[in-house]
Design a protein around this ligand. Sequence first.
Ligand code: ZN
Length: 238
Amino acid sequence: MTRLFLMWKIVFVLLTSIALNACVQLYPQAGSSKLEYYLVQPGDNIYSIAFALEITAEQLLHTNPWLRSEPVAPGMRLSVPSYRLHNNTAKNDTGYGNNQFDEIDRVTIQGLNAEYIWPVLRVEITSHYGYRRGGLHAGIDLRAPRGTRIYASAAGKVVFSGHKPGYGRIIVIDHGNGIETAYAHNSRNLAKKGQSVTQGQLVATVGRSGNATGYHVHFEFRRYGQAVNPIPHLRAAL
Ligand SMILES: [Zn+2]
């Protein structure tokens, strides 16, 4: 009798757990916000991931707020928001179209690090570094509205502030140890040749001078005169 009761009890527990499992599996599909996941690969950073997902880095951070304090590492699973860049509502949320950028963010960044920072606050990579038709694209293109502030990626000395064919208005900063950063297609160059700048200092504003079809900053990272992919040298988190 007791044995039979025990057997029933075991069957009941088994059935309950099967039923609960079924509920757990069904529940996410029943919810209205369907989340996808992205598995972080070696060499990824939030900007390359955001670019691949067609969202902004800000949107990725919004969905994964802990990324603000912890850099991405291979094997991490990131939540992907259901909206994408081509969704108009989401695009307005990023701040594009109005020119009101938050200075407080930049101050926070400045206090945090000694690494190279992104030259604009809201990053949307429209062209990567690499070989393409016509040769090497020696930097990355970051789309931003006209007049967007461009900040020095690190402290250094302005070694060029002027105009170069193709580049249009360009600023070049020497950071020592053979490293230079360049910011091109500017609407205005604000830093002067010979001037010392601090990291995050306003040096120029976004334009489309030189060979540029739309408003963006062409950002180069040079080691001993050789332009390399800037992304691995830039901070992974905002
Ligand atoms: Zn470019």
